[in-house]
Design a protein around this ligand. Structure first.
Ligand code: DGL
Length: 274
């Protein structure tokens, strides 16, 4: 029986990883779970993020997944080690791939990172970057208004530009920064606007794309790649309202890929939704 790759996020952000996976690994079946009912995770405590993430993981384990992708930087920052310890399938988060790519691209070691309050507060990117290269200079900024805007489906236009422009003010002053990590999987959905605001002299790194590349390497090394010839039907689940989730999925996947998936509501919560 074909086993799927399980992908989790607090909402629609992880779909940017799924999009890349569909492109890079077209034979793989994907099961996605977005905890849209409790999104955003960014302002939540570490304990809450850990609890909610485990609830998502428990749901996906019932689907017999062969690998777990934590397509959420906030959840990666607070749960990656624990999940790697406790699960007997490969587990990958989005922070290390993003950090590795930034090191590859920066020419002057001046790296910016934007993410949720939780990710920035955790210091996980700075740690990951400095672990690879000690003399790297990191300018980290939380952008708490991006995720709620993306979850509403506002991905471009004047409103998006205004929000991105006012949030990135402190980073625009950093004339040295030559590389900027999108340290939240929701942010690639705003990539064009972010690039426009920050300027073409800055290379933008999407942790989503980098993670998809590493997933392919891990599956290959562990001989877990699917060689079945059947075209996969992907299963997407969301814990909240499906209407906006479907709309955003349509705008990300376009018609051909959208035909290849089913979208259903999931009830995973063992705790109060707040
Ligand atoms: N997409 C998520 C991340 O990469 C989470 C955003 C949120 O729930 O605040 O951090």
């Amino acid at each position: 029986m074909v086993r799927a790759i399980g992908v989790i996020d607090s909402g629609v952000g992880g779909l940017t990883v799924v999009h890349e996976l569909m492109r890079q690994l077209p034979k793989e079946q994907l099961i996605y779970l977005g905890d849209t009912a409790r999104c955003p995770y960014g302002p939540r405590t570490k304990e809450e993020v850990q609890k909610f993430t485990w609830e998502m993981v428990d749901f996906l384990l019932t689907k017999n997944i062969k690998m777990l992708v934590i397509a959420c930087n906030t959840a990666t920052a607070f749960t990656l080690e624990d999940l790697m310890d406790k699960l007997d399938i490969p587990v990958i988060g989005v922070i290390q791939p993003g950090a590795r790519a930034a090191i590859k691209f920066t020419k002057n070691n001046q790296v910016g990172i934007i993410g949720t309050e939780g990710t920035i507060r955790s210091g996980a990117y700075t740690y990951a970057l400095k672990k690879i290269k000690t003399n790297i200079h990191v300018n980290a900024l939380a952008c708490p208004s991006f995720v709620p805007m993306v979850e509403k489906g506002i991905l471009s236009g004047n409103q998006a530009r205004e929000v991105v422009n006012s949030s990135l003010g402190p980073l625009k002053k950093d004339k040295e920064m030559d590389t900027l990590i999108l340290g939240c999987t929701h942010y690639p959905l705003l990539k064009d606007t972010i690039q426009e605001v920050i300027g073409d002299h800055v290379t933008i790194i999407s942790s989503s794309e980098e993670t998809a590349r590493e997933i392919s390497t891990i599956l290959d090394a562990q001989q877990l790649l699917n060689d079945d010839e059947l075209i996969p039907v992907h299963q997407f689940f969301a814990t909240g309202d499906l209407e906006i989730f479907i709309e955003i999925s349509k705008s990300i996947f376009k018609e051909a890929n959208f035909q290849m998936l089913t979208i259903k509501k999931a009830n995973i919560s063992k705790s109060q939704v707040s």
